[in-house]
Every structure is written in structure tokens, then in C-alpha cells.
Design a protein around this ligand. Structure first.
Ligand code: ATP
Ligand code: MG
Length: 422
């Protein structure tokens, strides 16, 4: 008999039940409580408890240690893996990113080491809720009220909390944008005051936060908050810019990270300046993957070529652009230039009906040229491209015409032809 899969909430509840049965305090903690209370579906559930890591490991059969130094144990029983963390108070942050040491403690001090009040709530799934929640909410920091009011507020003294871990500023912006919340005044002032310190945070973590912010439909608000908090300059490693963001606003909700970065690059710098130097800078600043870097560069280059050259380009060039993998992305990037966009759409409709469409299979291959006696070497690829251009223009209709065209072009390009012909 097969059992239905155990969902993450159920798995976390089972963990809490086992810990509570052994006499421990154990709650759901952090983001999963926040999201449940907002009616969102948490993707993962974290449990916080007064049981020490050793104790947790003795109570569950399948565990693995991710960060025992931080009091975190992964529990893998039936269903998804649950992160179980011992209540702790963080020690001082001398490297300003990670606490030097942690001390195991109780729920109250565990709440006070968390970043924002809305992230510092606990929920006891075994106690009856108030009808709205499946369980009792435990709130030491006023998180419930902030959640109801839609406020992102640092736990404790904002200057101190944002000063000890600068990534929190980016997290705060991300939560405010994603949830449509305001950032509390003192918290925002502390973000601004520490904005330039962000340069000390690992670029990889900055990139991860930006990837999450920009791939969310709330990205425009995220960028506005970043700029207002003075974080755009340290994030992108360039001068601050409060330029409007019409291109970013026009991207689809599901647009990729690279697509959004391309839009933002155009908004911040203009299409001419958003070149390979910018791509190199942002790649380092955000630790982009090779794929993201290639997509960003491809989009910016194609968009620039199209905007500058469409009106004057011939059929073959337009077909090559229209069949480029970044073409749809490029059209999204010029969607606020409605005159040009309409013209391109109309032209492409026409192009797709002539001479085999936008990207017909080549009538003449490299092997065909070799078989016809053309010698591979410098210029050979160029020759092949020109024959294909002629095909796209509708000037050749079969292989024989293609070979004839190659013969006409070969000497210009410097490709040799032997006597041998098939
Ligand atoms: P999401 O997973 O949607 O980004 P989350 O709140 O679950 O949101 P996590 O990064 O998964 O965020 O962290 C879990 C919890 O750990 C947070 O809710 C918060 O209480 C705490 N936390 C995470 N990062 C920090 C930090 N830099 N400083 C203080 N507390 C943090
Ligand atoms: Mg989380």
C-alpha cells in the first residue's frame, strides 16, 4: 500500500510532536510562520527548540548536521527535510556577517536575534489556534501587529541590528517589496546609514538577494526602495542612479533574472552605454552564472543592434535577428518604444512568409561546399554565411543555385576551389 506524500507542514508538525513528547519546547519559527499568517504557502518549515543538537540527534533516526556550530540539525523522517535549530542568542559580529559564537538559550532571546519582527514569530502547532491559525502564535517582539499593519521593522535597535549584518538591509527591501509592506522609519534610516557598508558583504549573497528580488513581480518597487535606501550603488558597484524605470516596468511577471537586469541596465545607463563593460561589472558585482552573463550580454547587444539598425537592414539581416534566441526578450526590452515595436512586428510577419520563413534549413551545407571543391580555410565560414544570406533573401532556391552563388563569391572572399567537383 502506498501512502500519500507527507507535506512539509505535516513533517514539521511531526518533529514538534516528537520533541514535545520528550519534554522539550518546540515551535515552528521564522519565515514559515510569517507566510502562514499572511495566507501564503510556505515552501519550507523551520523548527526551533530548546533541545540541544545532541539531544535532537538522539531523538530522530535520520539526521544530518549542516551547521552544528550554529545549533542546526536537519531531520529527515517521513516527508520533506526539516531544519531544526536550537534556540540561541548570537554572540558579537566581529566580521559583520556571521556571529563569532552562539549561546543556546530560550525562545525569547532566539526571537531577539532574528532580523525583522515579522520574521521573529513562533507558532505552536499542537496548541489550538484562534480560528485563523492552525496553532498558537508566540510573539515576543510585536511581530503580529507589524504583520497586520504591513510593516518591516528591525527587532531591537535598528542602528545596531543593521550595523552588525549588512545583508539585512537587502533582506528588508526584499520582504517589503514582496509583501507590499512599508519599511518602518527608523529601520529605513538605519538601512540608509549603513548602505555603503554593503561592500563588505559577500558578492554571492548580494547576487542571491538580487536574483530573488528581480525575479519577483514586485521588482519595480524593490528597485525603488533600493535606490531610496542608497543601496543601488554598492549593489551594482557603480554610481547611484534614480533614473525612472520604464523598461523594467514593461517586463513580464515571469521574466528571467538576466532579462530584468538587461531592462534595468537600459533604464540606468541607456542602450549605448549598457555594453560589455557593464556586463563584466555586473557579473562580478552579482556573481552571475555563465548562462546569466551570456543572456544579459546577448539581450543587450541584440537590442542595441536592432534599435540602431532595423530601419536600414536588409531581409537577411532582419531574418537573422528575428531568429536569434534573444529576439523575444529584445522586443520586451523595447516595448515602451511602441512605434519601432509595431514596425518590427509587421516586418517580421512579412518576412516569415517569404523564402522559406525566418530560419529555413540551409540549402547548402559546409559538406556540400567541400564536395563541390571549395577548400575549407580562412573565409570558408564567411562564404557559407553569404550563401545562406542569399537564401534568406530568396535569391537562391536550391542547392545547385547555392553552389553557383558560392562560386561567384569565392574569389572575393579568398576561398580556393580545387578542380575536383561532384
Ligand atoms: P524566505 O525563505 O522567504 O527568504 P525567511 O524569513 O524564511 O524568508 P530565511 O533566510 O529562510 O528567511 O531565514 C529563516 C529565518 O532566520 C528568518 O525568518 C529570520 O528569522 C532568521 N534570519 C535569516 N537571516 C537572518 C539574518 N541575516 N539576520 C537575522 N536573522 C535572520
Ligand atoms: Mg525560509
Amino acid at each position: 500500500m502506498t501512502h500519500p506524500p507527507i507535506d512539509a507542514r505535516k513533517a514539521a508538525e511531526n518533529v514538534v510532536r516528537r520533541l514535545a513528547g520528550a519534554g522539550h519546547v518546540a515551535y515552528f519559527a521564522g519565515g514559515c510562520v510569517r507566510d502562514e499568517l499572511l495566507g501564503l504557502h510556505p515552501t519550507d518549515y523551520d523548527v526551533a527548540t530548546d533541545a540541544t543538537p545532541d539531544r535532537i540527534r538522539s531523538l530522530f533516526r535520520r539526521t544530518s548536521e549542516v551547521g552544528v556550530a550554529f545549533g542546526v540539525v536537519l531531520v529527515r523522517e517521513a516527508g520533506p527535510t526539516i531544519e531544526v535549530a536550537t534556540f540561541r542568542a548570537d554572540g558579537p559580529y566581529s566580521d559583520r556577517r556571521r556571529p563569532d559564537s552562539v549561546t543556546f538559550s530560550d525562545a525569547r532571546s532566539d526571537a531577539s536575534r532574528r532580523d525583522f519582527t515579522i520574521n521573529a514569530l513562533f507558532l505552536d502547532p499542537l496548541s489550538p489556534g484562534d480560528g485563523q491559525t492552525q496553532g498558537r502564535v508566540i510573539d515576543f517582539v510585536g511581530g503580529l501587529e507589524d504583520l497586520r499593519a504591513g510593516v518591516v521593522r528591525a527587532v531591537g535597535d535598528p542602528g545596531h541590528r543593521l550595523g552588525e549584518d549588512h545583508l539585512r538591509a537587502l533582506r528588508g527591501v526584499r520582504f517589503a517589496a514582496r509583501l507590499g509592506f512599508e519599511i518602518e522609519h527608523g529601520t529605513f534610516a538605519a538601512m540608509r546609514a549603513h548602505a555603503s557598508d554593503l561592500v563588505g558583504v559577500s558578492r554571492e549573497r548580494i547576487g542571491d538577494e538580487m536574483r530573488r528580488m528581480l525575479t519577483h513581480p514586485s521588482r519595480v518597487r524593490a528597485v525603488r526602495l533600493l535606490v531610496e535606501a542608497g543601496l543601488d550603488s554598492p549593489v551594482f558597484n557603480e554610481v547611484a542612479s534614480s533614473a525612472p524605470t520604464p523598461t523594467l516596468e514593461n517586463q513580464e511577471a515571469s521574466a528571467s533574472f538576466a532579462q530584468c537586469l538587461a531592462a534595468l541596465a537600459i533604464d540606468r545607463h541607456g542602450l549605448e552605454v549598457a555594453d560589455n563593460a557593464l556586463v563584466r561589472r555586473w557579473r562580478l558585482a552579482l556573481v552571475l552564472s555563465n548562462e546569466e552573463r551570456d543572456e544579459l550580454a546577448g539581450l543587450l547587444n541584440l537590442t542595441r543592434e536592432i534599435v540602431q539598425g532595423w530601419a536600414g537592414a536588409g531581409v537577411a539581416q532582419r531574418k537573422r535577428w528575428a531568429s536569434n534566441g534573444h529576439f523575444q526578450g529584445s522586443l520586451s526590452l523595447i516595448s515602451h518604444m511602441s512605434g519601432l515595436l509595431d514596425r518590427i512586428r509587421t516586418d517580421v510577419d512579412g518576412l516569415s512568409t517569404i523564402a522559406g520563413g525566418l530560419a529555413p534549413a540551409a540549402l547548402v551545407s559546409g559538406d556540400d561546399l567541400i564536395a563541390a571543391g571549395f577548400r575549407p580555410g580562412p573565409g570558408f565560414g564567411d562564404l557559407l554565411d553569404r550563401v545562406y544570406d542569399a537564401q534568406l533573401e530568396g535569391e537562391i532556391r536550391d542547392r545547385a543555385e547555392g553552389i553557383r552563388r558560392a562560386a561567384e563569391l569565392a574569389s572575393d572572399i579568398g576561398v580556393q576551389r580545387t578542380g575536383r567537383q561532384c
